[in-house]
Design a protein around this ligand. Structure first.
Ligand code: FE2
Length: 402
């Protein structure tokens, strides 16, 4: 690890130190640099495909035909993009603003205050204030700090580790998590119907009210003196079932669509929704888990609030639902628990770093990266047991059942 990160592992400290050149650990590989451009200019451009905006005001309409049209729009976006700007989603602007104000106020605290909440992935404590540690052979780092914690179901959330300042942090975040859980159910219903399944099927398949967990990661991207060389978040797909993203209206998110990086616009009052790997697997690839990344800039701090809806780690075997599989469309994914799926991605990532295989296509390049902080122990386990991981090619049966 670099000396700068040893003394203070926070990117905010590094950014505030007055450096003009960023440490080499933050500089992306050459072939990736060619695609990193000015995010403000990108966001202004209307050229090329755009992330769909989906209005879900009618999702609970009493008129069945109206409701089904709304379901159809959600399905189309999930099939084509796997990501969308949701508008008229039913969560008030006031509540979203409270969440934003609370997170901003936490990050506005002095570093010393925030360090009281520091996580410790080395001991498995992944919740709390943190920064990415160099955990692979390439030692590549991201230009961000974060705060990560489980927010739902409430009985699984440890409020004692949530920020105590500002005072509204806990009430605003609890309320927001509850609202998002309701929204997740509505979207899962629409997506179930979109696959020709019963309305409650996907909700059940990802663990239902008891087992589906919501984890929030507040991403804090300081101003970067060389934004053309760094990334806030490496290219990856989300492992979740669904991810919900709020941000402070500073652009940064890019999606890899049609062979190109497309910049997401800042759509007022919207929530960005990602289909994650979990739904991609259950739908046998009909819903896409899109590759995405985060750019940084020189002028403005960007903050985003990501909430990942995840199935239980061990209790459920994720595999394409029988209704999504035919002779013509064989299973694209082998059966794996959520934990095994994450381990598989991490294993592939560490292999890629070791192989230094930089010549692969962008969609293959870094999609093993995960948004979710990982205990260091897990990383070691993954590396020491590669024989348990296998990739199923289309048409093949899994040789082992986990
Ligand atoms: Fe993500």
């Amino acid at each position: 690890m670099v000396a700068t990160t040893l003394e203070s592992p926070r990117v905010e400290t590094l950014a505030g130190s007055g450096i003009q050149l960023i440490p080499k650990e933050y500089v992306r590989p050459k072939d990736e640099l060619v695609s990193i451009t000015n995010i403000f200019e990108e966001e202004k451009s209307d050229e090329g495909p755009q992330v769909p905006t989906v209005d879900i005001a009618d999702i609970l309409s009493d008129d069945r035909a109206v409701r089904e049209k709304c379901y159809e729009r959600i399905k189309d976006a999930a099939v084509d993009w796997g990501v969308m700007h949701l508008v008229n989603h039913g969560i008030s602007n006031e509540l979203m603003d409270r969440v934003r104000v609370a997170g901003q106020a936490f990050f506005a605290e002095p570093i010393g205050e925030k360090e009281k909440y520091a996580n410790d992935p080395g001991t498995g404590m992944i919740q709390g204030y943190g920064s990415k540690l160099a955990n692979n052979a390439s030692g590549q780092l991201e230009w961000e700090d974060y705060f990560f914690h489980l927010v739902y179901p409430e009985e699984k959330a440890d409020l004692s580790i949530w920020p105590k300042k500002p005072q509204d942090y806990i009430p605003a975040t609890r309320e927001y998590a509850k609202e998002l859980r309701g929204l997740a159910t509505k979207l899962l219903s629409a997506l179930s119907i979109g696959l020709g399944l019963e309305e409650g099927r996907l909700e059940k398949e990802v663990g239902g009210m008891e087992e589906l967990i919501l984890q929030m990661k507040i991403n804090y991207y300081p101003k970067c003196p060389q934004p053309e060389l760094a990334l806030g978040v490496e290219a990856h797909t989300d492992v979740s079932a669904l991810s919900f993203i709020l941000h402070n209206m500073v652009p940064g998110l890019q999606l890899f669509y049609g062979g190109k990086w497309v910049t997401a616009k800042c759509v007022p009052d919207s929530i960005i929704v990602h289909i994650g790997d979990t739904l991609e697997i259950l739908s046998n690839g009909k819903y896409k888990s899109i590759l995405h990344r985060g750019l940084v800039n020189k002028e403005k701090v960007r903050i985003s609030w990501a909430v990942f809806c995840e199935p239980p780690k061990e209790k459920i075997i994720l595999k394409p639902l029988p209704e999504t599989v035919t002779e013509a469309e064989p299973p694209l994914f082998p059966p794996r628990t959520f934990a095994q799926h994450m381990a598989h991605k991490l294993f592939r990532k560490s292999q890629e770093a070791i192989d230094d295989s930089k010549k692969v296509q962008p969609q293959e390049q870094n999609n093993a990266e995960t948004d979710i902080p990982q205990p260091e122990e897990q990383q070691k386990t993954v590396e020491s047991k590669p024989q348990k991981i296998e990739i199923l090619k289309p048409g093949e049966e899994a040789s082992t059942s986990p």
